[in-house]
Every structure is written in structure tokens, then in C-alpha cells.
Ligand binder design. Structure first.
Ligand code: ADP
Length: 503
């Protein structure tokens, strides 16, 4: 699909008005400034997909103003919170020449409710900020976090991002949203649709259809506030691991893990890795011949509960031939001590860091790029192994090293794989993005869809969700046309195009 860049005259007249309304300080148009908002994992130096300007509102009212101006002129906006969605496009827009709306200045933790266990955050609140605020509030509550601490709670959650604690399904932690609609109006969802409702961030539903879902992986609104579910600090936390060699053992391990998750012995979101974990020298092990697998999971609760659960895990998993199990037990209050530097132990305790980024830079140095390819499968041992082999076979076909990092849910799994490349090597970079297309065709033909995608691949992925002549996409685009008739909010995101840009 060829994308027509945004109408430059419309964008320039919108920018003039935005400058007038927000002040010149809030608008960046210099080349050097804009370089910073380019997808770092695209061909280095290629500005073809750049935004025309970056706008930094600092209040909800300013966001509303920008949206109204964009509507008047028909200028497309591309929203990010922190823009750290690397591997999926960073701050790059789907339509080149759009206006980047960067919400990092709205960075207040508006509330931490230590009785009811939730926080209310603005888009610019990073994982680091939220966890600092929770510690300052007494440390009685943990957040779930993804692997890197520099992104925002809202940006990650809206993309169905995931963490590794018992509340690691981030989209499900969002309770009650505030949204600027494409016409500039402010709306609250759920109980928040009632003025001053007392249960806004505790009860997930409202009166009528749940519209919260319309703002996830979408282009229907700009989220300015969410309620975010927290996890009570456990008395004890055990960071546990399962090691085994050889693909065949994936099958009984996955089946046993499913049972232990479904009966709630294990209630975090485990991670199964092969070739992605650091080796003894701290380097990622990308050796395609390596057969070493590692699965990590956590147990939380009162000491006796954690001990009892561990005995069950040892009995069930430890009895699988070829498997070793182990654990490190921490006090819930231990936030800096022994787990310092140990990524697995930190992320399962909601302690944000950046250590994984260093690991991801090893293959090609500081500029190393990666493109993630992540089909979703049901959590059945034989089926998981089938998908892993399918994906690995595709890597082998393209001569790429295969690194797996699978995220387990109680009855499904996201089989994440990562293609590393050097964005300074234009030909190779383009090749990696092209390989993705054939990989997508092959896995979707087997009945597997992707959980998330890079902006360049959103149309292709959306097309694979094709039941009944793409009834889903047609329905969503009907809503898009109704709420955003001028198509100014993130046109093309998730393959959802406004009427005037379709076809
Ligand atoms: P992170 O904060 O993790 O760096 P990003 O800011 O890159 O995440 O956002 C990830 C994606 O989610 C972006 O592509 C953007 O389209 C969407 N997004 C982020 N923040 C918002 C928001 N406040 N409202 C609507 N969509 C958003």
C-alpha cells in the first residue's frame, strides 16, 4: 500500500495556529529536533517517514485545542506518550508529515489510593515515575512493569503491552479512562461517565456498552488519564526458574504450567526463553543451535503460602524428566538488595530498569535495531512447540538467528521472536522488513494472528483478520468514520483508515 503524505499546506496552517495557542516553546519544527522522533530501527538517516513537527501540550485543555485546530485544517495528528514503542515504530507516524503530539509533559501521578489499590496517571508517567511514587507512598503496593522502565504506563497498556507480575496483563489493569475525542470533546468511560462518581477507578463497567476497548490499539481518541490497578506487596516473593535442554521437553512443561496457572498455584505471567537470556558473560545467546531453554515464573504471598506453592511446583514440574527447578526467595520489602542487576528477579517484582536494552544492543552495537514478530497460540504443549518450530523454520529460511521469548497467559501464549539488524545497513534493514511479510502470510495461513505490529506492517496484519470479508475491520472503520469524519487522529494505525484515505 502506498501512503500519501499529509497535506503540507493544511499541516502548516494548523501549526501556525497551534503555535499561537500553545506558545512557540511547545512546537518543534527544526530538522535536528525532529530527527529524535524518527523510528530508530528504520534505515538510519532516512527521513521519508518523518513528522512535520512535534507538539508538546502540557494540559488536557491544550490537547483539546490542538485537536480542534487539526480538525479545522484537516491536519493529521500522531499521538505518543513517551514514544518508546521501539520495535513497533517509536514516534514515527503511519502517515509521513503528520504532526506528532507528544504527551510527555502531562506527567502527574494524580492519585495513589493505598486503601483500594489503584493509581491514576497521566500519559507522560513512566514506569520509573510510577514506581518511585509508589515507594514514596509507603511501598505497600507494587505496579506491574514491562521489561524497560522508560516507557509510559498509558502507552504500553494501550498497545496490549505486558508485564510479569500477577497483574501483568496491562490492558486489563486499566479501570476508568479519560479521553479527548476526535472532535475535541472530553469523555470519561465506565462509572466516570457520571460526574464525580465515587467508583470511577474501582469498578470496570458503566451503564451501557463498554467503550474502553475502542481506545486500545486504535485511533479513536487521545487518552489523557487512566485508573491503574496495583498489586498488594506480598510478604514473600519467590523468583523461580525451570531449565531444560531440548525442544521436546517444551511440551510437558507447557502442559504442566497451564494446569498450575489455571488452578492458580502460579498466578504471575511466566516467560519462556530460548537464546534470549544472557549467557554467563552477560551476552545474549543467539546461537541457533542452542537447545537450552529457561522458563521463569513467580510465587507471591504469605511465607507459608509461597512455601506450600513451591512444594507443589517442585512435585509437578520437578518430576518431568530432564527438568531442573530452582528459586530465590525475597522479602516483599526488599526492593534494591539481592535482586539488583538480575533482570528476571526485578521485573517479576515490578522494579523497573533498563538492563535489557544493553542486552539488545549486543548484536550490532549501540544502533542495533530489532523487529518483533509475535503470533498468539493456545497454551497446549504440542501446539506451542509446533508454532515455535514454524517460526524458527522461517528464521532458518531467511538465515537469521532465532531468539524466542514466549509470554505465557493461563491458556494462551504469545510466541515473541526478534529479528536483529543494523539500521546502518540499508539493504539488510529493508530485507528484514520484507521477510516479515512472508512470515506473516505463513503463520496466518496456519491460524495464528499477531498480538502487535510495527506501523509499516499494520495494514498487512489487519488484512489477516479477515473473517467474513473483513467484517471486523469494516465495523471498526464505520465507527472511525462516525467519530472522526475528517480522519485526523492517527490515520492508518492498526490498518484503520478514515474513509477519504481508504483503498
Ligand atoms: P511508550 O509510552 O511505551 O513509549 P508510546 O508513547 O510509543 O509508548 O505509545 C505506544 C502507542 O500507543 C503509540 O503508537 C500511540 O499510537 C499509542 N498511544 C500512546 N499514548 C497514547 C494516548 N495517550 N492516547 C492514545 N494513543 C496513545
Amino acid at each position: 500500500m502506498t501512503i500519501t503524505p499529509a497535506d503540507s499546506a493544511a499541516v502548516q496552517s494548523a501549526l501556525a495556529e497551534i503555535r499561537e495557542a500553545l506558545g512557540a516553546d511547545a512546537v518543534f519544527t527544526e530538522r535536528a529536533d525532529l530527527d529524535e522522533y524518527r523510528d530508530p530501527f528504520w534505515v538510519l538517516g532516512d527521513s521519508t517517514n518523518d513528522v512535520a513537527a512535534a507538539v508538546f501540550p502540557s494540559t488536557v485543555e491544550q490537547i483539546q485545542t490542538v485537536v480542534r485546530i487539526a480538525n479545522t485544517h484537516g491536519a493529521p495528528l500522531w499521538t505518543v506518550s513517551q514514544g518508546r514503542n521501539y520495535g513497533y515504530g517509536g514516534s514515527s507516524p503511519r502517515v509521513p508529515g503528520s504532526i506528532l503530539l507528544n504527551l510527555s509533559k502531562l506527567n502527574r501521578v494524580l492519585e495513589i489510593n493505598t486503601e483500594l489499590g489503584y493509581a491514576v496517571v497521566e500519559p507522560g508517567v513512566r514506569w520509573f515515575d510510577l514506581v518511585d511514587a509508589l515507594e514514596e507512598a509507603g511501598g505497600g503496593w507494587w505496579s506491574s512493569i514491562p521489561d524497560l522502565g522508560w516507557g509510559s504506563v498509558i502507552g504500553n497498556s494501550l498497545e496490549y503491552g505486558r508485564g510479569h507480575t500477577s497483574i501483568g496483563s496491562h490492558a486489563e489493569n486499566v479501570v476508568g479512562m479519560e479521553v479527548v475525542l476526535p472532535n475535541g470533546e472530553l469523555m470519561r468511560t465506565g462509572m466516570g461517565a457520571m460526574t464525580d462518581n465515587r467508583a470511577f477507578h474501582t469498578y470496570p463497567f458503566g451503564f451501557g456498552p463498554m467503550v474502553d476497548g475502542l481506545f486500545f490499539q486504535s485511533n479513536m481518541g487521545i487518552v489523557t488519564q487512566i485508573g491503574w490497578k496495583l498489586m498488594k506487596r506480598p510478604e514473600k516473593y519467590a523468583s523461580c526458574w525451570i531449565h531444560f535442554d531440548g525442544d521436546e521437553i517444551v511440551v510437558p512443561v507447557i502442559d504442566a504450567m497451564r494446569d498450575l496457572m489455571l488452578d492458580e498455584t502460579i498466578n504471575n505471567y511466566p516467560f519462556l526463553g530460548r537464546g534470549v537470556a544472557a549467557n554467563k558473560e552477560g551476552q545474549p545467546d543467539l546461537d541457533a543451535a542452542s537447545e537450552a531453554w529457561a522458563l521463569r515464573f513467580a510465587l507471591y504471598g504469605y511465607e507459608d503460602i509461597v512455601e506450600a506453592k513451591w512444594k507443589i511446583v517442585e512435585r509437578v514440574i520437578g518430576s518431568i524428566p530432564g527438568v531442573t527447578v530452582g528459586r530465590t526467595v525475597y522479602d516483599g520489602t526488599d526492593r534494591e538488595g539481592p535482586q539488583e542487576g538480575i533482570h528476571d528477579d526485578k521485573v517479576q517484582a515490578g522494579i523497573p530498569g533498563m538492563e535489557l536494552l544493553d542486552l539488545y544492543k549486543v548484536p550490532f552495537g549501540p544502533d542495533t535495531g530489532h523487529l518483533d514478530f509475535s503470533p498468539v497460540a493456545p497454551l497446549i504443549g504440542t501446539e506451542v512447540l509446533k508454532v515455535i518450530r514454524l517460526v524458527r523454520g522461517l528464521y532458518e529460511e531467511f538465515g537469521e538467528p532465532y531468539a524466542a521469548g514466549c509470554m505465557l497467559l493461563p491458556n494462551s501464549i504469545i510466541v515473541v521472536s526478534v529479528m536483529f539488524f543494523d539500521p546502518k545497513d540499508e539493504e539488510k534493514t529493508r530485507q528484514i522488513y520484507a521477510n516479515y511479510d512472508s512470515m506473516l502470510t505463513r503463520v496466518s495461513a496456519e491460524g495464528y494472528g499477531l498480538y502487535r505490529s510495527h506501523i509499516f506492517k499494520m495494514d498487512a496484519v489487519a488484512q489477516t483478520f479477515d473473517f467474513n470479508d473483513h467484517a471486523y475491520l469494516r465495523f471498526v472503520e464505520t465507527i472511525k468514520d462516525a467519530v472522526d469524519p475528517k480522519g485526523i487522529l492517527q490515520p492508518g494505525k492498526q490498518g484503520i483508515w478514515p474513509k477519504a484515505m481508504r483503498g
